[in-house]
Design a protein around this ligand. Structure first.
Ligand code: FES
Length: 576
């Protein structure tokens, strides 16, 4: 089998000439023949001035390179797309699949025997792992790590749960313009990913639980020396698997490891986005994903991690409490400990190496959980024929069974224009409905599901109310918010037939989301919907057209239909 510089020669019709030419050009960079004979470890460079969550990538690259060279390999850094959450228009999710395609194709096009995938901000790790599952080249995933916490007037702050909380206080008139500007300088005191259990932290935990990142990779803060030592170890390990050729992503991303990741997702109070990404990763690996099995795990697995937005602490505190292996030690009776790990051992070996940290309140035991059930529930009902999701670990207990009058917004723009209108007919007991914000509807399924509390209610002290949509929500957000309703309204989902004033039932215990109108009226509205014109003009060119034509619904991970393992847009067969 060809390896190193001989892999994937450029097609000139003469293999000898292709290699000669390749060597001639790369020698322009001063490489010796000795260096060019080594196994090659590719390293993705996702640094961007637009992505502060990846601000430490140059340092991490240096550490990875050191590890690769200590193990006798040749590190080769190459760029890929970088997606910074708050700098991506219309939404980072629109670009995740593009980054996955870019990463996969560059991994396959250029000669490398293994790859260190450095990512962090929300969509980057899922894109990279989706790419790895499709390219099936040996990889070590290296998260950039969370930022450290900030302080304001004696209070600990972290992005971005406290961004939303402080902004809510500002909207309610409790924090003035000067103070909110001061706070904006204190919420993100270092480079790195958001410091709560948002999507980036969730995905870092998921890649560690899948066994495709080294143990302790998820929680070490971005600016700490520990993070750079993990980077060095990742480089060293990548050089070893460049020679051995295994384990491959297909050996790591299996039914067992995906189930382990589902358990961790429930136990950490993870982001709802993490669910979409895990489905997409499983789809790339050809592992069927059973949403109902995920829901059932949520009834059995309590939230053990006391991190915002479900709890009180921040990612750096998880690191100091022993990291994800210490959390997984509490879950050993649920996990498949024989699942292989990129470190060369098993998940059980990784857990055995975890430190016991006494007198900490970050990682709870099964006997003393933060919440009696897991982070998320999967809902069904006439409003969600395929599924919908609620993160009930970060919702208001008194709204877990609620019936209210619908206040409908037809699009994100409509919601933006009217939500703060003093004449908006809305009360605290109503259900806010947002539609046309799903994968095709918006497009890209923006994080608009966290509808703001209407200004006039916020000023009365209202902090939460039931909100439902086909959109996503930031993992850092708190509230009684039903998301990912599938099928979305833009493709004819029943969200589209809700009228202002209809009664809507949310019953989390029963896993129901229902529009309370009689069946004949429901059918009548659905048949009228079939002839309704599209709510926006579909794009006619470029990536936007590809996205419009090929993106799957949330219950299938929002991947492109032709990128799943079997190339089909069919729901993967369910097992279990
Ligand atoms: Fe990048 Fe939160 S904005 S991780």
């Amino acid at each position: 089998m060809t390896a190193g510089l001989r892999k994937g020669l450029t097609s000139y019709g003469d293999a000898g000439f292709s290699l000669f030419l390749r060597k001639a050009f790369i020698k322009a960079m001063g490489y010796s023949d000795d260096a060019l004979e080594r196994p090659i470890v590719g390293i993705t460079n996702t640094f961007s001035d637009y992505n502060p969550c990846h601000g430490n990538v140059p340092d991490l690259i240096e550490s990875v390179k050191r590890g690769v060279m200590l193990a006798g390999g040749l590190p080769m850094v190459f760029p890929t797309i970088s997606i910074g959450e708050s700098f991506a228009h219309p939404t980072s999710m629109f670009l995740r699949n593009l980054m996955a395609m870019d990463t996969e194709e560059m991994m396959k096009a250029q000669p490398m025997d293994s790859v260190v995938l450095i990512g962090g901000c929300d969509k980057t790790l899922p894109a990279q792992v989706m790419a790895a599952a499709s390219a099936d080249l040996p990889v070590v995933v290296l998260p950039t790590g969370p930022m450290v916490v900030g302080n304001h007037k004696g209070e600990v702050l972290g992005a971005c749960t406290d961004c939303r909380r402080m902004w809510g206080q500002h909207r309610a008139g409790n924090i003035d313009v000067v103070e909110i500007e001061t706070i904006s300088g204190r919420l993100c005191p270092s480079v790195g990913t958001c410091s709560v259990m948002g999507t980036a932290s969730t995905m870092a935990c998921i890649v560690e639980a899948l066994g495709i990142a080294l143990p302790f990779s998820a929680a070490a803060p971005a600016p700490l020396a520990d993070r750079r030592r993990i980077a060095e170890a990742s480089g060293k390990r990548a050089a070893e698997i460049a020679v051995s050729g295994s384990p491959l992503p297909s050996q790591l991303i299996t039914a067992a490891s995906v189930r382990n990741a589902m358990i961790v997702l429930q136990a950490i109070g993870g982001s709802t986005n993490g669910l979409i990404h895990l489905i997409a990763i499983a789809g790339r690996a050809g592992v069927p994903f059973d949403l109902d099995a995920f829901d059932q795990l949520g009834r059995e697995i309590p939230v053990l991690l006391n991190l915002k937005p479900s709890g009180a602490h921040y990612m750096e505190h998880l690191h100091h409490a022993g990291g994800l292996p210490a959390l997984m030690r509490e879950l050993t009776c649920f996990l498949d400990l024989d699942a292989p790990n990129i470190s060369g051992g098993t998940l059980g070996d990784a857990i055995a190496a975890a430190e016991h940290v006494a007198n900490q309140d970050v990682i709870r035991s099964l006997a003393s959980p933060l919440k009696p059930e897991g982070a998320m529930a999967v809902l069904h009902g006439n409003l969600a024929p395929l599924s919908a999701v609620i993160k009930h670990s970060a919702a208001s207990p008194h709204l877990m069974r609620h019936t209210g009058r619908a206040v409908v917004f037809d699009s994100i723009e409509d919601m933006t224009n009217r939500i703060d209108d003093p004449d908006l007919d809305v009360t605290v007991d109503d259900v806010l409905v947002l539609r046309n914000a799903g994968p095709k509807g918006a497009p890209g399924m923006p994080e608009a599901g966290y509808l703001p509390i209407p200004m006039k209610l916020a000023r009365q002290g209202v902090k939460d109310m039931v909100r439902i949509s086909d959109a996503r929500m930031s993992g850092t957000a708190f509230g009684t918010i039903v998301l990912h309703i599938a099928p979305e309204s833009a493709v004819g989902g029943p969200l589209a037939i809700i009228h202002n004033g209809d009664q809507i039932l949310l019953d989390v215990e029963a896993r129901r989301l229902e529009l309370l109108i009689d069946a004949a009226e429901f059918d009548r509205r659905m048949s009228v919907l079939k002839d309704a014109p599209p709510h926006r003009t579909p794009p006619q060119r470029g990536y936007a057209k590809l996205f419009e034509d090929c993106v799957l619904q949330a219950d299938q991970g929002c991947d492109f239909d032709f990128l799943m393992r079997d190339g089909s847009s069919q729901t993967p067969k369910k097992v279990g």
